[in-house]
Design a protein around this ligand. Structure first.
Ligand code: PAF
Length: 282
């Protein structure tokens, strides 16, 4: 397994791979790797000869300094974990000034409203930061395919939009959510939870499953109110939002249409840690 912390070395290594007709996959991460990331990496290894895993905690996508500082960082553990998976992995661990060429700011994108709801509403500038870093990584690596988890479904739609607007010729591949045994969506942030609350947080997924069972039977307003009332009764978990949206446009459902796909989205605070999840409803 190769590890690069500079773009130059990575680019010249990948140009040799490309000259040998090897295909390249990219899995962008912020480290603190868990089974969810490994499942993206394994999918990418199944579809490409070489897989670049970037590990970079991107400052421009954090709206709160405290959240950035507390974001878990386990670089040595991450590298040994990847080392066990395959020798065809290339790890890219740039510093802030290396990847941003010294200018650590976000570009302002026009995402056509995809960034104005849910995460975008509660995390100022978040998606401009995500768009900026993902565009930089895609342009640096020039992969055949890049892999993103559906836990961050809004992020996935925004990245697809950015790639389309910028005419980036890389295939964006969505990967389904990996869950802990009790149902909590895997996330690096779960590490910050106590054992007790980590178990309790399975309530988020259970609530989504019940909301799904009510979809098509009860009204959207009824389901939203029901979800709110469930969290009001829960002392450990504080609901930030629950939304039912049309999947492609991320617009709130008005009247259910047969040919559209709908998804429930949720954000919850547990012990000061922000957790998100989502579930396809139909
Ligand atoms: O999903 C993440 O971990 C990050 O938002 C990403 C895509 C690696 C960009 O920093």
């Amino acid at each position: 397994m190769r590890v690069f912390d500079q773009k130059k070395g990575l680019i010249s290594f990948l140009s040799v791979c490309r000259a040998e007709n090897q295909t390249i996959g990219l899995v962008p991460t912020m480290g603190a790797l868990h089974q969810g990331h490994l499942s993206l990496v394994k999918t990418a290894l199944g579809q490409n000869d070489v897989v670049v895993v970037s590990i970079f905690v991107n400052p421009t996508q954090f709206d709160k300094k405290d959240d950035l500082e507390k974001y878990p960082r386990n670089m040595d553990a991450d590298i040994s974990l990847l080392n066990e998976v395959s020798e065809n992995i290339v790890v890219f661990t740039p510093t802030e000034s290396e990847i941003y060429d010294g200018k650590i700011v976000s570009e302002s994108y026009e995402f056509g409203g995809l960034d104005k709801v849910m995460e975008g509403k509660f995390r100022e500038g978040h998606f401009d930061g995500v768009g900026t870093i993902v565009e930089l990584l895609l342009r640096t690596v020039s992969p055949d395919r890049a892999y993103f988890g559906e836990k961050d479904f809004q992020q996935l739609q925004i990245i697809k939009k950015m790639a389309q607007m910028k005419n980036l010729p890389y295939e964006i591949i969505p990967c389904s959510i990996e869950r802990e045994s009790h149902g909590l969506a895997m996330s690096s942030r779960n590490e910050r939870l106590s054992e007790k609350v980590r178990n309790e947080a399975s309530f988020i997924y259970k609530t989504l499953l019940t909301a799904k069972s009510k979809f098509g039977i009860e009204s959207t307003i009824y389901i939203s109110e029901w979800v709110k009332s469930q969290f009001e009764k829960n002392e450990q978990l504080e609901l930030e939002y629950f939304e039912i949206m049309e999947e492609e446009t991320l617009t709130p459902i008005s009247k259910r249409q047969q040919n559209k796909k709908y998804r429930a989205f949720i954000a919850v605070y547990a012990e000061g840690v922000r957790l998100i999840d989502n579930l396809r409803l139909n």
